[in-house]
Write a protein that binds this ligand. Structure first.
Ligand SMILES: [Zn+2]
Ligand SMILES: [Zn+2]
Length: 158
């Protein structure tokens, strides 16, 4: 796994440093999106010296290179998520526990085509994020009457 992360860093021409590797590892193992502050606290368990500004700087670099996705949350904090899925997909974000799931749908590609037709232009990228409550949080919120779906990190629709 560690070799994997250094390969990812080399591919985007970023120097392989123990802190960058640790950031990727922490995010990859969490399946959640995390704030710089949360990542910083985890890093402090491993490194004697690590400043919050370093964490901010690294997260920004990694997201500019497309390795990390930034997640938009109504609480206005910045969150980052590490996804290795190279296929066209979008993310479902649980606003309560910050768990992130991949949503794959052939409809995303066809929606993109439809919109290009409407605009008579070309879409170069899109940000599609679905916010809600995951299965577990929904249960804890006591809304049992709402329809449940099977739990998993990868879901295909249509
Ligand atoms: Zn993903
Ligand atoms: Zn949740």
């Amino acid at each position: 796994m560690k070799g994997d992360y250094s390969r990812i860093l080399k591919e985007i021409n970023l120097k392989v440093t123990p802190k960058r590797l640790a950031i990727l590892e922490i995010l990859a193992e969490s399946f959640c999106c995390m704030t710089p502050d949360e990542i910083w606290r985890k890093l402090k368990e491993r490194f004697n010296k690590v400043g919050l500004p370093t964490v901010y700087k690294n997260l920004q670099e990694l997201s500019e290179c497309g390795v990390l996705s930034s997640v938009i949350h109504p609480d206005r904090k910045s969150y980052y998520y590490f996804c290795r899925n190279k296929l066209n997909h979008c993310h479902f974000v649980c606003l309560s526990c910050h768990n992130v799931e991949d949503i794959t749908s052939s409809k995303i590609a066809s929606l993109q085509k439809n919109i290009e037709g409407l605009l008579a232009g070309k879409l170069l990228s899109h940000i599609l994020q679905l916010n809600g409550l995951c299965k577990n949080c929904l249960k804890n919120h006591g809304q049992k009457s709402l329809k449940r779906s099977k739990y998993g990190h990868n879901r295909k629709i249509g």
